[in-house]
Design a protein around this ligand. Structure first.
Ligand code: ATP
Ligand code: MG
Length: 776
């Protein structure tokens, strides 16, 4: 143990050695906060604290697993096994299962993901005959989520005229009713959504003092990582649980608070001192993760934020390379730059794919990156976005499985009752829903008693409903003795799902079957793995819990070497030697939706700080001058965040200016290594001296009109601004539209257009300075 402690610096050692009492560690990125927490837990155990009495809350389950493994290395696997470590959601789901009856829920309650919640809300909006363009399901769900995370129950909502007025002003006067119906519907289904896991835990701890006492006595030591991103609901849970022993250690960085939009409250960190008596505050200042260039550049970014704690971050590491800035014409070209840089760096420095991460503001940006990586045969993995478990065919199987565990689960039932088609139509489902609402029962219960309720259904339909119930019951019987793998295999066949998919012989249809196979493989792994764990048998319920609570990072179980693609939000706490932050453009990052107030902009800036500080060795910031957004080609300006970094830390791979009449396109893909002497400039628009394109930091005034390689450096296939030799009749390849033939050319210079007939998509007129065409 001493050896691990001696590896810490002095400032890190102090909070590890401080055993009892409330304490907060506030420190910048990469300063070893997570490491301190890990060693602290190991040291607590070394001092004789039972693992059973320690609760550690992390941002992802993956982080928890990694911490647990490290602790196991130090104190031994059998000791570490009993630690309670995980996300708020997974830890409190576990507690809620054992206490569910107190709240009127079955212990096998379903956990709804956001897809289920959205379906439920859409259903309610339809039933209430509201306009879904005004009552937008996503926005409604967001609002409900805010209520829940602020502990505003339906009752509290109706007691609060301000809230009601706000919704009325937003032209949604029936918001409260929707909220009430949604809560009723979830309750009737025996389901909790994600926010309920926290809300109901709070309810449990406040309404049942004996339950609170039980968990207070159990969790004598509580540790929370990424405390800056806890919301009010989480904050109250931590406070309640730590109230008795007050052995609470939280770590966080106010500069990395990036979830205010989801209700995280930075004040939780700022007010910690007031909440507990005799709080010890620790600060860590030395960054071990990143080069000096990155650390200092990130500090200059944060200088632009007004709301922040005074903090010093420095590093003893080398300066390292400067942060590289790259501009391209389009998002596709940006992708090509990233892919070719990864390719070159791998070659030159013997790096693995796993050394690289591509971070973006929005999931939609991944596509251009994926295309480019695929063309280069670089393996990658996308985190976030539509997860595997949300794909239609997978979700269908999972919904059957959910019904086996909890047949009251309405969203699951409605989804699969007539899929594959078994003659149970919409009218029947509507009648069942009305009856279920009337009797305050679930649809499944209505179906179980279909003989005794007069729903004016014909005998054939009644029989079909009974058959469905019988089928689910037969699965339930099997579930008592068999594991999750057996059951899933059986269910996917017996329900007719696999046969249904087999009917579709298209490549997409075949891919769906393969996905089901992959699901089965995953379940096999899971059941085998679970059987090694004490008391677990790899049951279906265990598997479904795992699926419901896995954040996307958690599914990264493979050891395959891949480039990581994810949103910056997801990258919190992680580190990579090389990091590309792409889409550094105004309206994208900072996001257009987060620029109306100073605090929103400051949150975007903190997000940028998080992005930059993920890099250990080299950071790239890239932007495109135009990109497809919402299906439209949109012009964009470089992000203000680039300018906010002190210039001494930056190296421009392309000129920094934006005021070109014509935007030259140049990247290594086309030219190979650009030799400056081979480039000459056309007449500049202004009288400012011309600048070469490969200059490192050109002045903004430089106005370059047009660049042309003197010799034919460009491969003959590249048709763009530099090569106007395209003639009618040429067969060309376009990266979006595929193969086509040039019919016509018109205009000159930058306005030159080609009319091209594509094999798919017909005739299109393309501006050559934008179109990426290869003559074939
Ligand atoms: P973030 O704010 O991004 O979550 P953090 O403060 O949690 O960062 P860690 O992830 O714990 O920082 O540490 C960053 C890196 O520095 C890790 O690779 C860690 O192993 C390393 N590190 C931390 N402390 C030391 C130390 N005393 N000696 C050597 N390496 C260290
Ligand atoms: Mg950390």
């Amino acid at each position: 143990m001493q050896q691990y402690i001696s590896q810490l610096n002095e400032a890190q050692r102090e909070p590890v050695l401080q055993k009892d009492g409330p304490m907060i560690i506030i420190a910048g990125a990469g300063s070893g906060k997570t490491r301190v927490l890990t060693i602290r837990i190991a040291y607590l155990m070394y001092q004789g604290i039972d693992a059973f009495n320690i609760l550690s809350l992390t941002f992802t389950n993956k982080a928890a697993r990694e911490m647990k493994n490290r602790i196991a290395d130090i104190v031994g696997a059998s000791e570490a096994k009993n630690l309670w470590m995980g996300t708020f959601h997974s830890i409190f789901a576990k507690i809620l299962r054992s206490e569910a009856d107190k709240l009127g829920y079955p212990s096998n309650f379903t956990i709804y993901d956001s897809q289920d919640s959205l379906r439920a809300i859409s259903g309610i909006i339809k039933e209430m005959q509201l306009d879904k363009d005004i009552y937008k399901p996503k926005q409604i769900l967001g609002r409900i989520s805010t209520f829940k995370n602020s502990l505003i129950t339906v009752k509290a909502y109706f007691n609060n005229p301000d809230l009601q007025e706000a919704d009325a002003m937003a032209k949604r006067p029936r918001m409260g009713e929707i909220y009430r119906n949604y809560v009723d519907r979830c309750f009737k289904s025996g389901a909790m959504d994600f926010d309920d896991l926290l809300l109901k835990t709070n309810e449990l701890l406040t309404r049942f003092p004996d339950v609170l006492a039980k968990y207070q006595n159990r969790f004598r030591y509580i540790l929370v990582d990424e405390y800056q991103d806890t919301n009010h609901s989480q904050y109250l849970i931590v406070r309640a649980l730590s109230d008795k022993f007050q052995n609470i250690c939280v770590v966080g960085d106010d500069a990395q608070s990036i979830y205010a939009f989801r209700g995280a409250n930075i004040n939780n960190i700022l007010n910690f001192q007031k909440d507990y008596q005799g709080v010890k505050t620790f600060r860590l200042e030395q960054n071990y993760r990143s080069t000096r260039n990155i650390v200092e550049a990130a500090n200059t970014v944060m200088d632009h934020n007004k709301t922040k704690l005074d903090k010093v971050v420095w590093t003893a590491n080398d300066f390292g390379p400067k942060i590289k800035i790259h501009r391209s014409l389009t998002d596709a070209e940006e992708g090509r730059f990233v892919a070719s840089t990864i390719f070159e760096q791998k070659m030159q420095h013997q790096l693995n794919n796993g050394h690289f991460a591509i971070l973006y503001r929005t999931n939609a940006q991944s596509r251009a990156m994926e295309d480019a990586l695929r063309k280069r045969d670089i393996p990658y993995r996308i985190y976030g976005g539509l997860s595997f478990y949300q794909r239609k065919e997978i979700k269908d199987v999972l919904c059957y499985l959910r019904l086996v565990i909890n047949p009251k689960d309405e969203e699951a039932l409605v989804r699969v009752i007539n899929y594959p088609a078994r003659g149970i139509g919409d009218t029947t489902i509507e009648k069942l829903t009305v009856a279920a609402n009337h009797y305050k029962r679930s649809i499944y219960e209505v179906m179980q008693h279909i003989d005794k309720i007069d729903l004016k259904l014909n005998a054939g339909t009644r029989q079909k409903l009974q058959d469905f119930v019988t089928m689910i019951q037969s699965f339930q019987v099997l579930n008592e003795t068999h594991d999750a793998f057996y059951l899933t295999d059986h269910v996917s066949k017996k329900t007719g799902l696999v046969q249904e998919l087999k009917k579709d012989a298209t490549p997409e249809g075949m891919a769906r079957i393969q996905n089901i196979e992959e699901l089965l493989n995953g379940i096999k792994d899971f059941t085998e793995g679970q059987k090694e764990v004490d008391g677990a048998r790899g049951s279906l319920a265990e598997f479904l819990e795992d699926v419901a609570l896995a954040t996307d990072l958690d599914k990264d179980t493979s050891d395959e070497d891949r480039v990581a693609l994810m949103t910056i939000h997801l990258a919190k706490g992680l580190e990579f030697p090389h990091v590309f932050v792409v889409g550094m453009e105004e309206d994208l990052f900072p996001s257009a939706m987060s620029m109306s107030t100073r605090s929103e902009l400051e949150e975007e800036r903190r997000l940028f700080y998080v992005a930059l500080t993920r890099a250990e060795h080299q950071a790239y910031l890239t932007y495109a001058q135009s990109r497809y957004r919402w299906g439209k080609l949109t012009d964009s300006e470089p992000s203000r965040f680039i300018e906010e970094i002190d210039g001494q830390y930056l190296e421009y791979l392309t000129p920094a200016e934006t005021n070109y009449r014509f935007k030259p396109m140049i990247d290594k893909d086309i030219f190979g290594d650009v030799d400056k002497s081979k480039l000459r400039l056309a007449k500049p628009v202004s009288s400012t001296p011309p600048k070469y394109i490969t200059d490192n930091q050109p002045k903004p005034e430089a106005a370059i009109r047009k660049l042309k390689p003197v010799s034919s450096q460009a491969p003959s296939g590249a048709a763009n601004l530099f090569d106007n030799k395209l003639i009618a009749g040429n067969i060309v390849m376009h990266e979006r539209f595929g193969r086509g033939q040039v019919l016509n050319l018109e205009g000159v210079g930058a306005d030159k257009k080609a009319e091209i007939k594509f094999e798919v998509g017909g005739i299109k007129k393309l501006l050559l300075r934008f179109a990426k065409l290869d003559v074939i």
